[in-house]
Design a protein. Sequence first.
Length: 108
Amino acid sequence: MTALFDGMAGLLGDVFGAPVTYLPQGGSARVVQSVFRRMPVDATDPDGHPVLVTSPSWSVPRDLVPELRRGDQIRPGDGLTYEVQNVWPSGSPATDARLICELFEVFS
């Protein structure tokens, strides 16, 4: 059944996403096609419980950012830099499932 959903996250990211610069703590910056949002989004905690993320969030396919962790930063193109506070799975069983990152604005 999960094969039915394989490829959907990438398709949605291509349609609704935009280039976001990802700045991992231990690596080089790179541009990733993904979705940055300022409105609440649903996620799932590690125990499978629903979570409502109300801070700015970044939705990205996990295979594009395998090293993603708390403290990494992104620049979505709005002139601001955001730091990853928490990383939540989307709850999808697909191989290309997305991660939902809870962000906070970094003031320079």
